[in-house]
Design a protein around this ligand. Sequence first.
Ligand code: NAP
Length: 266
Amino acid sequence: MSRKVFIYANTTEASARIEKNLRTKLIKSGLQVHEEFNKDTELILCIGGDGTLLNLMQDLEFPETPVVGINTGHLGFFQEIPPEKIDDMIYQYNQGNYTLQSFSTVKDCVTTADGVFRHTALNEIAVKGLPNYPVHLNISINASFIERFSGDGLCVATPAGSTAYNYSLGGSIVDPRLHLLQVTPIAPMNSIAYRSFLTSLLLPGSDTLSIQPCNDADSQLTLVYDGRVAEYKQVKEIQITLSRKKVNMIRFSHLSFWDKAKSKFL
Ligand code: NAP
């Protein structure tokens, strides 16, 4: 049986150099490097930073195929393998000496006067109003009205994304083994004129967050999903839930999530 692998890389010079080297080594080890990703691909090798992994997921529409991340970026939270460990990585992979770490993803459904639009994200989906203006949004959880939110917007993060934008907003770091969504306010307004929640809300994985513009002036919304931007006019409702799609990263080390969080953030 042929063992097909696919390489996805960002466009830096360092990644191009590593890709060339990796390609030769993979072939030598008996793996077939294919130019296209398809359902027979047994492994994806992603070269770049965490942002490259986010792009891979968007471009390949969230494949559940296992991914090895070779880090040529800055932080490397998802992307674990340093380029100098490529030989060992190929050996351990071929020996089957690894575990899979699965990450939940988040999805939205945006209903506008022009139709319905959907996105999926690994880190987060942020809902914002017009640049430089506060937005007023009615927030419901499972169809129960919670409050009228006023501020720059809301960031709805997965546990995997809890260390990204969510963390900069004051949200909590969440172990990816937990099945939940974290809703963190972005610059919430809190005065006698407007009352908005100030800390993160944690929702069970089965819950649905619904967001409705309070009036027509608030219906022009921007969605930022893993850094990609989509703008909509005449939004009626946005529903956000955990998605069934999982991102599966191959792990060769026995470092726990918290060992890693400590080394990168704490
Ligand atoms: P970028 O501006 O090039 O990089 C954002 C930084 O976030 C990079 O250092 C990246 O790591 C890191 N990162 C990505 N996912 C992460 C995660 N799950 N945990 C910890 N750090 C993570 O943009 P990008 O690379 O396209 O990434 C898009 C992400 O940027 C969004 O999903 C959002 O979470 C984040 N963001 C953060 C802020 C903020 O903190 N104020 C604002 C907007 C967006 P690498 O260096 O390894 O690539």
